[in-house]
Design a protein around this ligand. Structure first.
Ligand SMILES: [Ca+2]
Ligand SMILES: [Ca+2]
Ligand SMILES: [Ca+2]
Length: 103
């Protein structure tokens, strides 16, 4: 005799995104910094992980400064996924509910 049972739980699938491409237009440029600064005060982004340019697990003004430094002086590119879309390789509490430019 087979007894039906219920299995409960959830499966989490990490969303692929491109770090620092916060306006999700496929390029990383000054437009992303403008959008990042605007969102800090005026919007609720769907992909917080893309805004975390320095990958410290937080989204704040330091991320804009980090990417501006790279754009203008080439100091340090953001951590992966930066070149192509992928899931975040480092655990943190930020979410990414969707990223339009991911394959
Ligand atoms: Ca962009
Ligand atoms: Ca950060
Ligand atoms: Ca991370």
């Amino acid at each position: 005799m087979v007894t039906p049972s219920t299995i409960s739980g959830s499966v989490t699938v990490d969303t692929a995104f491109r770090r620092s491409d916060v306006n999700q237009d496929g390029t990383i440029d000054i437009g992303d910094r403008v959008w990042d600064l605007t969102c800090l005060f005026l919007c609720f982004p769907g992909c917080f992980e893309a805004h975390d340019s320095n990958d410290d697990g937080q989204w704040n003004i330091a991320d804009s400064i980090y990417l501006l430094s790279d754009l203008f002086s080439g100091t340090a590119a953001p951590p992966e996924p930066f070149i192509t879309c992928s899931a975040d390789p480092t655990e943190d509490s930020l979410d990414c509910d969707g990223f339009d430019r991911s394959p």
